[in-house]
Ligand binder design. Sequence first.
Ligand code: COA
Length: 409
Amino acid sequence: MAIEIRRATAGEMEQVGLMAAYVYGGAFGDGADNITATSMRPEWTLCAFDGAKLVTSFGTFPFTMRANGEAISFGGVTAVGTRPEYRRRGLVRKIMTQAIQDQKDQGQSVSGLWASQAAIYQRYGYAAAGANRHYTVDTADIRFFDGDGGACAIERLSMPECIEPAKGLYRRFIANRFGYLHRSSILWAENVFDGSSSDGPVYMALASDAEGPQGYVAYTLRANKVGHRARAQEIKIRDVAWLTLDAYRSLWSFLAGHDLVGRVLWENAPVDDPAPHLFSEPRMLHTDDREGTWMRLIDVPAALMNRGYLPAAEPTRVSFTIESDALAPWNEGTWALELDGQGGKAVNQVEPSKDSLTLSVKTLASLYTGIHTALELSQAGLIFGPLSAVQTANAMFTTYFKPHCPDHY
Ligand SMILES: CC(C)(COP(=O)(O)OP(=O)(O)OC[C@H]1O[C@@H](n2cnc3c(N)ncnc32)[C@H](O)[C@@H]1OP(=O)(O)O)[C@@H](O)C(=O)NCCC(=O)NCCS
């Protein structure tokens, strides 16, 4: 029987759940009702069926993502899995090809995912778009080089009273950042406030000054987690947002006040997090940067128009050629991005010129998110063209912050 690529029906979502339970080895639960299926709607799926049997699962969340001051429609690819006995027959490639067209049709100009293995997605034009910074620090080592521990008042809140203040602060925190999602209730519940794990209930410390709340840290606190004879408790940070550096310092100082905590773990900090600049012994953070989300430009001109740019003092223009994009051929050609210096932007298809850069759609994703500068990418042999154009691209694609997505999906 021929394999059919189509959306799952409501009655087939159980199979989607069981597929994810199996291919991810229970990471998200073992039952048919694990989070990968319960958070997904049938109309967001695109799966392969052999008769009535689901053989590949695939879904795309219709997220909204921050992109340097703008909100953009973003396809979050998830629940990708093929039964082992059906692998290496091109099923994911077939689905991905159709999914990229679907995302374009739905106005999702950028797509992202968490990759189980980078090799699978790089060939589809996805580039790393952030990293997850891990810190492991003893509360005894939380000290600032200049002795400034922040001056905010701290109030500790529990569930559910912490939800509304957190949502309000998060919205303001992510406004100019890149890669953060407009969190739905389900993302808040799963990634921040879920208190059902062995780490215990979720608390939130709110830092406020005379102007009101300026930051929060959401965390769990458990005894007997650390092999330390005096400080065996552990704090695991779920989420942090801050509007001022004074609030940021105050939140760390609050954590430092937990004398019985021998380990604070923060496993989804952004790579441009300020702690290493502020700690008196930054090495005691035991920083470990790990792979984060990956992104692909689905529709190059729309993605370029939808993103925010830093205010330019004068008009600037860069053009670049994408020679081939087999999965999204509408991206091929030479594109000119122009900023008029007064907040206006334009993207047009143009003829290549001696000033044009040449890069792949994957490299353009690296430039687009701000994870790497044009200069770094040209030094890695991924952008070709005159140095003056590389320098212009460097300036035009600069982001306020390094890209980051603290939410797994
Ligand atoms: C990843 C997975 C979904 C691929 O499914 P599949 O139906 O075998 O996919 P395809 O046959 O279309 O192969 C997809 C592409 O990835 C490549 N690929 C697959 N697994 C790979 C691996 N482990 N390492 C490197 N490349 C890999 C294939 O060569 C193929 O490349 P091509 O399209 O250029 O020929 C499947 O192996 C799986 O379920 N793995 C376990 C769960 C998982 O990792 N899911 C992804 C979560 S982000």
